[in-house]
Design a protein around this ligand. Structure first.
Ligand code: ADP
Ligand code: ZN
Length: 749
């Protein structure tokens, strides 16, 4: 049967059309092509190649290839194919997101500038003449002689053009085009990064990674997947154990072997220190570091992508989508803070970046290191079952002890204060006073932004809800608005209860803004800074606040999970967690794991310098295992009891869990569609595949759409995915409903 290609046409409308592939043309996914479009010639990118599904339709043929080679390396295509199968996503959607528009579309190109260079100096006599008759030409010659080739813009731009032209014609000067790199970090200062002498634990970890790198060196760097690949390494190192230094040394070793390094971080903006350490350690050597993030301009993205593709940037750092960075020959992949949920992409194409890193490392035949102080239970399970190698750093790098953690039962606090518990318990307030007096810094953590959570009427109990999501609206004082945190809907703050007209409608719960107010009252002399999604919206606000805190211009840093990640401030000796319960009571089987991770990570910000650290956790459920195990820094204990629960109820990591989600503005249609799918799925159900029942999603309505969901579980992810894909491809959905398949789902809300 004839071969056909799906081609994504360049241009803003992102059209996709099928074209026939002429015999002899080696058309591969990722190839740039010229095609006919409405009697004109257009350009585009091949997304996938397959048999012409409908021989009755005569497709127009592709005109020609623009570049002989595809933009995507064969191994990345292999990764894309793996994704398509596993996640049930069309290949064309994956190839398209794998190639940034800046690279695909012809409108972008390398930026060049004109540079003048000296060919030879004129004879003495001629020089003398020029200095009298054409002083400008004389000056240019002297400048070029003294400082070497110069950009025309630096010589004076258009005003010097005639003079340069005259010198060019006389054969003294030549003008050439030179590529200039649009450097996203031009003018940035780097944190100093002195290499540390490795301690024995770090050395052990370093050597384990190096021997994995060395073992793969013989693997041919060809197109076909390597015959074997090393086992992934799970690096479990307690907070402050110096994982970064291990990464840096291992990266250096990999570069020394002539291969490149890919580093994934949860979010560029939230892990500035890790990024800076890599930049400062490796940038000195000829721009070897490329950083991929969402704030690059199209031109910068174009340049960074090509620098990576050509092997000029040999250390690449980026968030989850950087797992597709086109490094020609990676020798090591590092996933920092591998437990973070930000590795999960929640928009199509849905994928788990950490899992893809493991698959890519396998396809590339190189080692992958997953690092965390609180490994995900999935990764830890793989380590226990022998699929991964486990390397541990059990002590802090500088020999300091882990912080002392105290639990405050807020139920007893509540009895002390009439009208609800105080935001700061007596114990936390007194500790803060003492630390501030001693000149130390304090971090306060509260996982909720805004001023107060919801507006509730004390007489009828009515809670103001979002019209679109049916979730409580959050009161934001600066804007004097009620805001829905899911869809952004805003409402004015009512003076009376909308339902019963009572005037004493109350603020329930509290957010970071309210805490900031309380802090200013209780500690009038302390300098307080707040970091949450609201304050960080201003450009550079996050960086500036963290820098001010580092420079000790801020005494108390108050924030949401934004401050929980990878920050290292040696002068912080007290961390307060204001309400540990917030993450614990979510309708999600990972709630306990998330709470343990969050508490451990936030606590880990304390006592990272010379002085011992302390942590105070306020909670209404002090005996919950997540809180108790975090208090005793007992990761293994937590994992053991959590594994028991997950095994008993058949949750990951003992199964793979996927969600089918239907969405529609018609409630009945959303529900009916899922019931229909459920019925079809339960026919010929493969053994070991467990089907739940269709239910309204925990967030039953969002963005004006009703949502129903269905949980599927199986020990074998392939069986699950194949069965769902088979059913989905066999039915036609009505226009008003959409169905999402989320393999290895994380978001059950
Ligand atoms: P982690 O990422 O494991 O939480 P970091 O990499 O941030 O820990 O390191 C914690 C601190 O220990 C940093 O200030 C780092 O400079 C320091 N450090 C790392 N390795 C050593 C070492 N071998 N000796 C002394 N200090 C070290
Ligand atoms: Zn809403």
């Amino acid at each position: 049967m004839a071969q056909a290609a799906k081609v994504l046409i360049d241009g803003p409308s992102e059209l996709i059309f099928d074209y026939a592939i002429p015999a002899g043309l080696s058309a591969l996914p990722g190839c740039r092509v010229r095609i006919p479009l409405r009697n004109k010639s257009a350009t585009g990118t091949i997304l996938s190649v397959g048999e012409n599904g409908d021989p009755g339709i005569r497709l127009k043929p592709i005109d020609s290839l623009i570049d002989p080679e595809p933009l995507v390396t064969p191994r990345l295509i292999a990764l894309a194919r793996w994704m398509a199968k596993y996640y049930g996503t069309p290949l064309e959607q994956i190839i398209r997101s794998l190639l940034p528009g800046a690279v695909r579309q012809e409108t972008h190109s390398a930026k060049t500038r004109q540079v003048a260079a000296l060919v030879r100096m004129p004879e003495e006599e001629e020089l003398e003449r020029l200095s009298r008759r054409a002083p400008r030409q004389h000056t240019i010659l002297q400048l070029l002689e003294a400082s070497g080739p110069m950009a025309l813009t630096d010589l004076g731009g258009t005003s010097v053009r005639p003079s340069v032209k005259a010198l060019q014609q006389a054969g003294y000067v030549e003008v050439r085009q030179e590529e200039v790199r649009r450097d996203p970090d031009a003018g940035e200062e780097f944190l100093e990064s002195k290499p540390h002498e490795l301690n024995p634990g770090q050395r052990n970890a370093y050597e384990a990674i190096c021997s994995a790198i060395d073992a793969t060196l013989h693997a041919a760097s060809g197109d076909s997947p390597p015959a074997s690949s090393p086992r992934p390494i799970l690096l479990h190192g307690v907070t402050g154990s110096g994982k970064t230094e291990v990464y840096l040394r291992a990266a250096q070793h990999c570069l020394d072997q002539g291969r490149s390094v890919l580093v994934l971080v949860p979010e560029i903006a939230l892990t500035p220190q890790t990024v800076q350490h890599f930049k400062s350690r490796f940038s000195a050597l000829q721009d070897q570091v490329a950083v991929l993030h969402s704030h690059l301009s199209q031109g910068e993205r174009f340049d960074e992508w090509h620098r990576i593709r050509k092997g000029q940037a040999r250390v690449v750092i980026g968030a989850r989508s950087a797992v597709f960075a086109p490094l020609p020959d990676p020798g090591l992949i590092i996933v920092d803070e591998e437990h973070e949920n930000t590795y999960k992409q929640e928009n199509p194409p849905r994928y788990q970046g950490r899992d893809l890193a493991v698959v890519r490392a396998h396809l590339e035949g190189c080692p992958v290191v997953l690092g965390s102080a609180t490994p995900s239970l999935e990764s830890f399970h793989n380590a226990r079952s022998g699929k991964y190698d486990l390397v541990r750093l059990t002590e802090r790098a500088d020999g300091q002890s882990l912080p002392l953690i105290r639990i405050i039962d807020m139920r007893t606090e509540a009895r002390k204060h009439k009208g609800g518990p105080a935001i700061l318990s007596d114990k936390l307030r007194m500790d803060m006073e003492k630390k501030l007096e001693e000149g130390h810094q304090v971090i306060l953590f509260l996982n909720r932004r805004g001023f107060a959570r919801s507006l509730q009427c004390p007489s009828c109990g009515h809670v103001c809800e979002c019209q679109h999501c049916a979730l409580p609206l959050t009161y934001h004082r600066t804007e004097e608005r009620l805001i829905c945190h899911l869809c952004g809907y805003q409402a004015i703050v009512p003076r009376r209860c909308p339902k019963c007209s009572d005037r004493s409608i109350l603020l329930q719960g509290y957010g970071t803004q309210k805490v900031e107010d309380v802090l200013r009252k209780v500690f009038p002399r302390a300098r307080v800074a707040r970091l949450d999604a609201d304050t960080a919206r201003k450009k550079n606000a996050l960086r500036d606040t963290l820098n001010a805190f580092r420079a000790r211009k801020v005494d108390i840093l108050l924030g949401t999970q934004m401050i929980a990640k990878g920050l290292d401030f040696p002068n912080v000796t007290l961390v307060g967690i204001l309400n540990a319960d917030l993450s614990l009571h979510a309708p999600d089987f990972r709630a306990g794991e998330r709470t343990f991770q969050l508490l451990t990570q936030v606590a880990g910000r304390s006592g990272r310098g010379e002085m011992e650290g302390e942590v105070v956790i306020q909670t209404f459920t002090p005996h919950s295992p997540s809180i108790q195990f975090a208090r005793h820094h007992d990761y293994d204990g937590f994992a053991d009891q959590e594994f028991e629960f997950r095994r008993e109820f058949g949750f990951p990591p003992f199964t793979h869990a996927a969600l089918l989600l239907s969405k529609s503005s018609h409630e009945r249609l959303a529900e009916f569609t899922l019931q229909n799918l459920h019925q079809r799925l339960s026919k010929d159900l493969p053994p070991g595949l467990e089907l739940g029942v269709p239910n309204p999603a925990p967030t039953p309505k969002a963005h004006g759409l009703f949502r129903f969901q269905l949980l599927l579980r199986s020990q074998n992810p392939r069986t699950l995915s194949n069965h769902v894909q088979e059913i989905l491809s066999a039915i036609t959905l009505p226009d008003e409903v959409s169905v999402i398949f989320d393999m290895d789902a994380y978001d059950f809300g």
